[in-house]
Design a binder for this molecule. Structure first.
Ligand code: 73E
Length: 837
């Protein structure tokens, strides 16, 4: 660190207007400046990407100014900092969002306009960082936005994957995957901090000895050392100066990696070692809600967790604090169990590297970590084979065994030796092969444990974490998920945003509860008309995108019935398609039947190795092919599979939705967050009593929610009574017809083999109760169609629905985490003497 700089001079740079001003003239100058000095171009030869870069750097300068001020302010005082550990951040494109949060969207638009350019055109140029699979990664991104907006000091830690979630294409109805080379045009939103790096050990063996002072010492001799380099992305809050850091780690070979191999002349081994190091942050695992159990995945988890903890310890100690007080500087949130190895790593750092006694280290650790569970699906609960774990993290295995030994000693007394409880609480699972249960490690090492929706938290307490709840009920709480209205309304739906603000002002953007002030306009004919106009305009725009992307022409006046999310059996996209087939058959049986026109939009990725999910995509496209071109349908039904669902596409889809499909088997979707975004954008929900649907329905009112299906309790009871899906097939002619058509090849050019696995699993297993819920779903869909016929009444429901969605802002979620778990307060950041724009 350079100490020689004149502090006054640095201050002056910060306040220099010509560099960081927010007015149109200054922005124009800055854009041209960056075009010249960053891109090395002048207007006549600049490409669209050059202009995108010039604008991005212009925005970045303004972010940096606030970022420096924030860091400075955090370091000057003594504030507890939130550290969010997540293997995934599904950020979405930065440019538009940063313009919104800086409060200069209009100004930038004007500046570009005066230069003969169009802002939307540049915004569309950005390749989004898809460093997450779905809801869990997107939640982390919404939380980063809310933390900054609420002016809470926070650092998000994660992995800078070189390849994010794969790009999906559809060929002949099947999903094909392509790599996501998101960095190919460079990334103006990150700053490589080459000076911030840590060495991370992997593999090898452990030795113990007693030193001269009679103290037990441990040496871990790894067989590989990788270096983690920090890449920082500033995250600015909405109309505040607070700009937090998202610090993502890139793996590299250490500077001296090749020393031994080169000396021994083994060049190719040296090169291999370098490749192995770089591989660790190479690619995001594309499995949403499924375990992978692969060595590389464990290496990724440990890699980013160790870098992050070493970084935090460094920050803490540089504040002049004692290591024993670490928890006063940081509250560390574990986003699911993916970073749970942090508990063992913290113990290792404290005991092996900082010489703390075990009990003192454990006290620090258990006051530092809090754990969020995101799923009850057994196949998603992380378990590591013990031998595999030992081969990557030999020292951590010892530590986990010691944690477990002490923990079980304590527990045995409390459960009066109940062996079943002891083995359920044990961090180590027994069986043909022993394994490590990451959820148990997370529970043992955390002071707080939370679920992500009310129902989910209750189910957690009753099922997977039952024995933990009995042991420490005070650790448990619910923190219902939320979404940021900045990206998911202001940025993605500017027309609706403007309409709402014209009635109730702009305060709702930061205080989403204020949407309730809209209720009094729900019967105002002019407002109703404006509401319908905006929705129709958004539907027309989406229709244009659909025809461009898929060649399918859809009617903007039809019901836009939308299911967009990862493809998974528990989310039941196949239940939706059974409804499509049922409507189609009604038409075939009576071409004059009254059918309210509908456009079914599906989008979502299937994990590349998940056969049934990929088959569901093929089925949707196959049904679409027949339905879309059958003349009897007369265009009343259209089925669209919109490829490559990601944040960019979601932003275009949500505003156009009339109906939001939230149809998971009750008890399986922990929360859902797409349900919130669609509803906030004026869609009504058809859904089961699952996840956050329960709370959404409570808020918007049962009269504005289309409810169907078994409850979580009924699902469990039906299963324990011996569920027989075949019975539903035999006794429901419409269901039978639809399933028979699929298996006979009606939708697949008479190929009766393609969908065999899917049909067999429905008829003879049906884990997710598709057949049991079919009739209830179809009946409910008939009510939807009936309701949609009265467009004004539908619009009124839509308005009331939006007016009552205030609870689902991620600001509310983050406030709850801050007050009840992290015990952190906001620290307003001042810039030129003011605390916001
Ligand atoms: O219900 C969603 C929830 O809204 C849940 O399925 C999802 O997390 C969202 C945010 O809380 C989720 N993703 C994963 N587990 N739960 C997961 C598991 C393994 C790998 C990647 C993601």
């Amino acid at each position: 660190q350079d100490k020689g700089l004149d502090k006054k001079e640095v201050q002056n740079v910060l306040v220099e207007d010509a560099r960081t001003g927010l007015d149109v003239e200054t922005l124009k100058k800055a854009i041209l400046n960056n075009l010249f000095y960053v891109q090395g171009k002048y207007p006549e030869i600049a490409t669209r990407n050059d202009y995108y870069m010039a604008l991005a750097y212009t925005v970045r300068d303004r972010l940096l100014q606030r970022w420096v001020a924030s860091v400075k302010q955090y370091l000057e005082g003594k504030h507890r900092i939130v550290s969010y550990l997540s293997a995934e951040y599904l950020l979405g494109p930065h440019l538009g969002n940063n313009l919104v949060n800086l409060g200069i969207y209009k100004e930038a638009e004007q500046a570009l306009h005066e230069m003969g350019l169009n802002l939307d055109w540049l915004i569309e140029k950005e390749i989004e960082p898809g460093l997450g699979n779905g809801g869990l990664g997107r939640l982390a991104a919404c939380y980063m936005d809310s933390l900054a907006t609420l002016e809470v000091p926070a650092i998000g830690y994660g992995i800078r994957y070189q390849f994010g979630i794969f790009e999906q294409d559809i060929r002949d109805g099947w999903q094909v995957e392509d790599t996501d080379n998101w960095l190919r045009r460079g990334n103006p939103w990150e700053i490589a901090r080459r000076e911030i790096s840590y060495d991370i050990k992997l593999g090898g063996y452990v030795q113990h000895y007693m030193d001269r002072d009679g103290k037990f010492r441990t040496i871990w001799t790894p067989d590989l050392i990788v270096k983690g380099v920090a890449y920082d992305t500033p995250i600015v809050g909405y109309k505040v100066n607070t700009t937090n850091t998202l610090r993502l780690w890139k793996s590299e070979a250490p500077n001296s990696f090749d020393f031994q191999s080169f000396n021994s002349g083994d060049y190719s081994n040296a090169v291999n070692q370098k490749i192995i190091c770089e591989n660790i942050s190479k690619v995001l695992y594309p499995n949403d809600e499924t375990r992978s159990g692969k060595v590389l995945r464990l290496q990724q988890q440990y890699f980013f967790v160790s870098c992050s903890l070493q970084d935090m310890i460094g920050i803490h100690l540089r504040q002049g604090e004692r290591i024993e007080d670490f928890q006063t500087t940081f509250a560390v949130q574990l986003n699911d169990t993916h970073p749970a190895v942090a508990i063992a790593e913290m113990m290792r750092l404290l005991v092996d590297e900082y010489d703390l006694e075990w009990v003192d280290a454990w006290r620090v650790t258990t006051r530092t970590f809090a754990y969020t569970n995101h799923t009850l699906l057994p196949e998603a609960l992380e378990k590591w084979d013990m031998e595999l774990f030992a081969s990557v993290l030999p020292r951590h295995l010892e530590i986990i065994q010691e944690i477990n030994r002490r923990f079980l000693d304590e527990v045995t007394v409390r459960v009066y030796g109940d062996q079943e409880k002891i083995s359920s609480l044990s961090i180590i699972g027994e069986g043909p092969r022993r394994y490590i249960k990451m959820a148990n490690l997370a529970c043992a090492g955390s002071f707080a444990i939370n679920g992500v929706a009310a129902l989910h938290t209750e189910l957690l307490k009753q099922t997977v974490l039952k024995d933990w709840y009995a042991l420490s009920p005070e650790k448990f709480s619910n923190k219902t998920n939320g979404v940021t209205p900045r990206r998911w309304m202001v940025l993605s739906n500017p027309k609706l945003t403007e309409l709402i603000s014209s009635k109730i002002g702009e305060n709702w953007i930061k205080h989403l509860d204020e949407l309730k002030n809209l209720e009094k306009f729900a019967d105002d004919p002019e407002f109703l008309q404006q509401w319908m106009d905006v929705k129709l305009e958004m539907k027309t725009q989406l229709a244009q995108r659909i025809v461009n992307r898929t060649n399918i022409k859809v009617d903007p006046e039809s019901i836009f019935d939308i299911q967009v999310k990862r493809i998974h059996e528990y989310k039941r996209q196949h239940l939706n398609i059974l409804h499509v087939i049922t409507l189609y058959n009604r038409i075939k049986q009576n071409p004059e039947a009254e059918i309210v026109p509908r456009t079914f939009v599906f989008a979502g990725k299937a994990a590349p190795g998940y056969k049934q999910a990929k088959l569901i995509i093929k089925l949707i496209n196959s049904v679409g092919e027949i339905v879309n071109k059958d003349p009897d349908v007369k265009g009343r039904l259209k089925v669209v599979f919109y490829p490559n669902y990601n944040v960019t596409n979601a932003q275009k889809i949500y505003p156009a939705a009339d109906l939001s499909e939230q149809i998971s088997t009750a008890g399986k979707e922990a929360s859902g967050t797409g349900n919130m975004k669609l509803s906030l954008n004026g869609a009504l929900t058809i859904g089961t009593l699952d996840g956050a649907n329960v709370e959404i329905r409570e808020c918007v009112g049962e009269e504005n929610f289309f409810l169907f299906g078994l409850t979580a309790e009924e699902v469990e009871n039906t299963k324990s009574d011996g569920y027989n899906p075949f019975h539903f097939y035999e006794n429901n002619p419409n269901l039978k017809l639809a399933l028979d058509q699929i298996s006979n090849g009606y939708f697949s050019h008479l190929d009766d083999t393609i969908f065999k696995d899917l049909i067999n699993s429905l008829l003879y297993d049906d884990q997710f109760m598709v057949l049991a819920d079919y009739q209830s779903y179809v009946d409910c869909q008939d009510q939807v169609a009936e309701a949609f016929k009265d467009k004004v009444k539908w619009a009124r429901m839509s308005i009331l629905n939006v007016a009552r969605m205030g609870k689902f802002s991620s600001d509310r979620s983050i406030r709850e985490y801050c007050d009840e778990i992290w015990k952190v307060k906001s620290v307003p950041v001042t810039l030129n003497g003011t605390s916001s724009k």
